[in-house]
Design a protein around this ligand. Sequence first.
Ligand code: SF4
Length: 226
Amino acid sequence: MSADTGSNAWRELRLTINEVYASLQGESTWAGLPCAFVRTTACDLRCTYCDTEYAFYEGTKRTAGEIFDEVMALDLPLVEITGGEPLLHKAVRPLMQALCEAGRTVLIETSGAHSIANIDARVHRIVDLKTPGSGECARNLMENIPLLTTRDEVKFVLCSREDYEWARGILQEYRLDERTGAVLFSVAFGRVNPADAAAWILEDRLPARFQLQMHKFIWPAAARGV
Ligand code: SF4
């Protein structure tokens, strides 16, 4: 990492932030845990099922130091950087490094369309592999796959049976279950019956972890901040 957290120069780096809030982690193997979320503004993808379109443009320019202080004030051991697409912002890498150095467990959720190289090795990277049904499959940066470790997780959001078969093929071709800490399968809300997806996984004895977006069941009416 090149970030000079020792000199505090990173604190003056600016990035556009949509929201900072405390909630329960709704996805991944960290689901259910209290978590501080930092949602950055902007995404260069347009997935058909996106539920955070409000983060495409809405936001405020702030310094990484301000965001760090706000996250620390939330007083939660787990922090997730999400978006939008957080890796569009140069300040995100040093911010994550500083949070690791402050003893936080840091997750980043990324679309998988940008390089996950040069991220502090303590960070857990949750990388989407966009299915054909997302409309953004061509944006998957397959060069990221060799960089994945057992600290990381990959996520497939299924829009159809065809998406399931595609995801199964990628999992098997790249042995993602051995390469990463978890292979997450979930369904695009309202597009695949969860019981069907669960049955497909069971039938194939697939080494994937099925998940539903917990926050959508706890706070079904909330559009943001969860
Ligand atoms: S990558 Fe995430 S934020 Fe960007 S369009 Fe897709 S679902 Fe929305």
